[in-house]
Design a protein. Structure first.
Length: 229
């Protein structure tokens, strides 16, 4: 699954340019033109990263940042702030805005791409890399292969995406609805118990002989991937 980036920018031309370039880099992109729209869009689907302009109509970038940092669900979303030269740059740099990085306008799209990759790698290592390892499980996204303890694990495409998603967030419990949204997509109608079927298949493929089951079922809550270090 390509990382999902929300770009919050009120200058249409810049927003369109950023969307074009980020999509070319392989990201999925949503746009919001002001702070209010940004907060609504974040509530609809949690982005993997937010590119946030400092000066925005309705709710300012700094206020959006403050509100996102104040809520448990959005506290850890990486934020890259955009500022104009001279425009509050010292405050962005000096104050605790809660942003993970900032970039001063005008900037090149290459520079922004590099910053985004760096932030993702630092905060969500699973998203920026072609390979992720958790415990004895390794996913190779380029070759589309999974290994457990050196043994090849054969997975269907849905089980592959499910494992990939769980491995990006080890230890975190996801509801069936959250998994449906992340793995199947929010525009697809699938029953929640479909998740149980695919978790069952994933377990069957991953766990042979006496291997410990890395997937934890949390009663009436959902599933989590637990990997001992
Ligand atoms: Ca602006």
């Amino acid at each position: 699954m390509a990382p999902y980036i929300l770009v919050v920018e009120d200058e249409d031309a810049l927003a369109t340019l950023l969307q074009y370039n980020l999509e070319k880099d392989g990201y999925r992109v949503a746009l919001a033109g002001d702070g209010e729209e940004a907060l609504v869009t974040v509530d609809e689907k949690l982005p993997d990263l937010i590119v946030l302009d400092w000066m925005l109509p309705k709710v300012s970038g700094i206020e959006v940042c403050r509100r996102l940092r104040g809520r448990a669900e959005t506290r850890n979303v990486p934020i890259v702030m955009l500022t104009a030269r001279g425009e509050e740059t010292d405050r962005v740099r000096g104050l605790d805005t809660g942003a993970d990085d900032y970039i001063v306008k005008p900037f090149s799209t290459t520079e922004l791409s590099a910053r985004i990759r760096a932030v993702l790698r630092r905060i969500r290592p699973g998203l920026a890399d072609d390979r992720i390892r958790q415990g004895d499980i390794v996913i190779d996204r380029v070759a589309h292969r999974v290994k457990r303890g050196g043994r090849e694990v054969h997975l269907g495409p849905t089980e592959f995406r499910l494992l990939d998603y769980l491995m990006q967030h080890p230890g975190r419990v996801f509801s069936r609805e959250q998994l449906l949204d992340a793995v199947w997509g929010s525009d697809v109608y699938v029953e929640a118990r479909t998740v149980d079927v695919h978790i069952g298949r994933l377990r069957k493929a991953l766990n042979v002989d006496d291997e410990a089951d890395p997937i934890r079922t949390v009663r009436s809550a959902g599933y989590a991937l637990d990997i001992e270090a």
